[in-house]
Design a protein around this ligand. Structure first.
Ligand code: ATP
Ligand code: MG
Length: 378
């Protein structure tokens, strides 16, 4: 089988690595160079998009912000999974909110904004503080504004107006700030026949708006069931095929959906060591019409993102239960360069290893991660 992934970043790379044992070949479409490449050697073009579509048995995507003409071309070939519509929903917060409403999935009270009048209405309808998010192209906390008091409204509106005027399709979703106790996410897969398997919920910590640590939650049956029900409703509604992630805010015992990602997700990278079948392998299995692999927790695992560093201390690499995954990217401040999966035979050993590796990681890039681990594992 040959799979073409739209997007040639680390997610396509990890899909290719994960599925080689099943004799499945993965090529990736680099949206920058507009060339199809081998995701393990992206500097060498293989062919153009038309030829890539022609030679693929299945086409899928590693990110939701794929140009709509490219999606249309792929969908016309009959090979695209999940559907272009599902990918578009993940890339537009307005469509995402509409899906949540249709599926009766709990989420923050919100209001869609496309004019100053809407902005004023949102301020009245949602009590402050509110968070304003660009409908299109948001990621890693970019394209967001927080409005805490009415005095700041005029300044923030000026900024938003400038932002949305650059793209006639752009809009804003205003949301009430949720007083959550923690952020969790659910990664799961839905097969061609509609079978659903979900991984254990993951607890997520962010550093400056970017995911930095994800820990598999072994023992949360009530939350797991709640999240899986939402997953099942959303994916059924979209007739979804592949891996999808849902980010939630936990408030008391309730999960509110923050956003969905129609793809493999950073908060699911721990599944490479924590499960028999990773999210990457399961995504390719699903879109290829193969049976889904096990999503059960094989061993307690947490993931640490490597942000802005291209080396790690040898001692960390040499630790038992530690697996490092580099993405082969050029170093830039704050950039996701790779991740570290840390596993233990039980929760206690995992926490011990997290404390040990936290000691070894350099202060400059890992200060916040180190203090988070110290707090969580003490
Ligand atoms: P990414 O794609 O990297 O997950 P993003 O840019 O798409 O991020 P969100 O996940 O919507 O944006 O928001 C980023 C972070 O801002 C969230 O992880 C959460 O910490 C905070 N946040 C977002 N919406 C709310 C809300 N309604 N109430 C409280 N905090 C929020
Ligand atoms: Mg998010």
């Amino acid at each position: 089988m040959n799979v073409l992934v739209l997007g040639a970043g680390q997610l396509a790379r990890m899909m290719a690595l994960s599925i080689k044992p099943l004799n499945i070949e993965v090529l990736a479409y680099d949206v920058g160079s507009k060339q199809v490449v081998n995701p393990l050697a992206p500097q060498h073009p293989v062919c153009d998009l038309a030829a890539g579509i022609e030679r693929a048995d299945v086409i899928t995507a590693e990110f939701e912000h794929v140009a709509h003409d490219v999606l249309a071309l792929c969908e016309a070939s009959g090979k695209l999974k999940p559907s272009a519509q599902a990918i578009k929903i993940g890339g537009d917060r307005r469509l995402e909110k509409a899906l949540l409403t249709t599926c009766d999935a709990a989420n923050a009270k919100h209001h869609i904004i496309s004019s100053e009048q809407d902005f004023q209405t949102a301020i009245e309808a949602l009590s402050l503080p509110i968070i304003l998010k660009s409908a299109l192209e948001g990621y890693d906390g970019k394209g967001q504004w927080r409005l805490k008091s009415k005095e700041d409204a005029a300044t923030i509106w000026q900024d938003i107006e400038r932002f949305i005027s650059s793209n006639p399709k752009q809009g804003i979703v205003a949301e009430q700030m949720v007083p959550f106790s923690r952020e969790v996410s659910l990664v799961g897969a839905r097969s061609v026949s509609g079978e659903v398997k979900t991984y254990p919920l993951t607890e997520n910590h962010h550093t400056d708006g970017v995911l930095s640590v994800s820990t598999a939650l072994a023992d949360e049956p009530q939350l797991q069931q709640q999240a899986t029900e939402v997953f099942t409703r959303l994916t059924q509604e979209m007739e979804y095929v592949g891996v999808l992630a849902i980010e939630f805010f936990q408030v008391g015992d309730q999960l509110l959906v923050n956003e969905i990602a129609p793809r493999v997700h950073n908060s699911g990278h721990w599944t490479q060591q924590g499960c028999d079948c990773s999210q990457f392998a399961n995504h390719i299995r699903a879109v290829c019409g193969l049976p889904l692999g096990s999503t059960e927790l094989a061993r307690p695992t947490a993931m640490i993102n490597i942000l802005g560093e291209d080396t790690l201390p040898q001692a960390a690499l040499g630790m038992d239960g530690v697996n490092v995954h580099w993405y082969g990217k050029e170093k830039r401040a704050g950039r996701k360069m790779g991740h570290i999966n840390v596993s233990g035979k039980d929760q206690a050993q995992l926490e011990q290893r997290l404390l040990t590796i936290a000691q070894l990681l350099p202060n400059e890039s890992f200060a916040d991660i180190k203090s988070y681990i110290a707090k969580q594992c003490s």
